[in-house]
Design a protein around this ligand. Structure first.
Ligand code: BGP
Length: 462
């Protein structure tokens, strides 16, 4: 049967996850503590139903069965992250051999199942020791990260060719230093700017180390949550609001990572408000010389903004939101569980922007997905009938397909996520997986969307 949406040959079909959200075994196998272990120990009430990161999906023990499942539902690629504090428990220094064995086993098992591993080095999970030294506020921590990266390239670069330095680096900036949803719960824009800047320095140092390792066919990039900022109207005040939101939340990482330099307007806004980070001689060149080969795009929802209705309170801390208000567009389509708008065309707009303004860098959808509460409501004949997720994926894929037809360099689509996993402060509130998991027993069950996805992957389209 002729397919309406045929994807380019070799398209990457799969899903993504992260170490802290999936591995469990947080206090096993010689792993050191990271900020999530620590934050949960000190403030368990911050986490939905008081569930913390100790167990998560127990992938640490069940990876063989899970990888088999991935292969059964049509994965040809899978993005995981390595846990820095598992591999190097103190953040720098001694390497934990049990972790090396575990990651070797996972990588080998994926390859044996014809699933190409994409490996990300950092997914929100700062080793506790490193945080105690200042986390990304500390320049020394960027060196420790670069050493960790180099160790990973050496250990696994013989089999892994797709590498990513960071997942959504803006999120720890927002969560940890502006809006109080990640440890260390600081509210301070100038410290946030320093954290963002040092993350980019760490990225550039890791890319530099990668080039030195000369991994055959190796590519390195970064995964960004690109959230188009749509203005309420074409009024110049709304346009300005959307441009500034875009500078803070997208271009703050996209421009240096892909173009090798920060947008002038962002620098001048930060300068004007006394929020510029400390830099060192040679940084500019370091960033310029170490741009990404490949870009992962995480897309869940658009950002809609309008000009500010009221002047910001002069006694409130400086925030990006001093320049815009969020705009709730009447009639927008919502995922009411997660409280996020669904706007499928966003994926197309992102891709066209990459094509027109970012050299059409090789990219892929590295996360997209729909978190839904209490999915057991939808069980029929023992299977979760998540038709809403099928529709969500299908409609996004249609727009991705259109972007590809128009020449965008998109190579794949990964769902967030393979198995219902632990979502930081939201713990198990919203379920995103192709596979459901009973939090108590850890029993896995395949959802309807997974069977649908398998067909799409097999047919390379639908
Ligand atoms: C992304 C993160 C993931 C994942 C996902 C779902 O921002 O990269 O780690 O958690 O969002 O969002 P949430 O967990 O907030 O529902």
């Amino acid at each position: 049967m002729a397919k309406e949406y045929q994807f380019p040959e070799g398209f990457w079909w799969g899903s993504a996850t992260s170490a802290t959200q999936m591995e469990g075994a947080a206090n096993e196998g010689g792993k050191g503590k990271n900020i999530w272990d620590y934050w949960y120990e000190t403030e368990p009430n911050r986490f939905f139903e008081n569930i913390g990161p100790e167990q998560t999906s127990d992938f640490y023990h069940r990876y063989k069965d899970d990888i088999k499942l991935m292969s059964q539902i049509g994965h040809n690629t899978f993005r995981m992250s390595l846990s820095w504090s598992r591999l190097i428990p103190n953040g720098r220094g001694e390497v934990n051999e049990e972790a090396v064995t575990f990651y070797n086993n996972v990588i080998d098992e994926l390859i044996a199942n014809d699933i190409e591993p994409f490996v990300n080095l950092y997914h929100f999970d700062m080793p506790l020791n490193m945080q105690q030294e200042g986390g990304w506020e500390s320049r020394e921590v960027t060196d420790a990260y670069a050493e960790y990266a180099q160790i990973c390239f050496r250990l696994f670069g013989d089999r892994v060719t797709k590498w990513f330095t960071f997942n959504e680096p803006i999120v720890p900036v927002e969560g940890g230093y502006l809006y109080d949803f990640h440890y260390p719960n600081v509210v301070d824009a100038s410290r946030a700017a320093q954290v963002a800047y040092h993350t980019m320095i760490a990225h550039a140092k890791a890319v530099e180390a990668f080039r030195d390792c000369e991994i055959k066919d190796g590519k390195i990039g970064i995964i960004l949550n690109l959230t188009p900022s749509y203005p309420r109207s074409q009024n110049p005040a709304d346009l300005r609001a959307s441009r500034i939101a875009d500078l803070f939340f997208n271009r703050s990482f996209l421009d240096p990572a892909v173009l090798g330099e920060y947008p002038e307007e962002l620098i001048s806004i930060l300068r004007e408000h006394g929020q510029l980070p400390k830099t060192e001689a040679g940084d500019k060149e370091l960033i310029q010389a170490n741009t990404a080969d490949i870009l992962g795009v995480n897309y869940y929802q658009p950002r809609r903004v309008k000009a500010k209705e009221h002047l910001p309170n002069p006694y409130s801390p400086f925030m990006p939101d001093w320049f815009f208000d969020n705009y709730e567009m009447p009639g927008r389509k919502m995922n009411p569980y997660r409280g996020w708008e669904i706007y499928e065309k966003g994926i197309y707009d992102i891709m066209i922007n990459l094509k027109d303004n970012y050299g059409n860098i090789e990219s892929f959808i590295s996360e997209n997905g729909m978190g839904v509460q209490d999915e057991n409501r939808f069980i029929e004949n023992g299977e979760i009938q998540d038709d809403y997720r099928i529709e969500f994926i299908r409609e996004h894929l249609k727009w991705l397909h259109k972007a590809i037809e128009e020449g965008c360099n998109a190579k794949g689509y990964h769902l967030w996520t393979f198995i219902d996993n632990w979502s930081w402060m939201n713990a198990y509130k919203n379920r995103y997986g192709f596979i459901s998991m009973d939090v108590e027993t850890k029993e896995r069950k395949t959802k309807k969307s997974a069977y649908w996805f398998k067909k799409v992957s097999e047919n390379n389209g639908f």
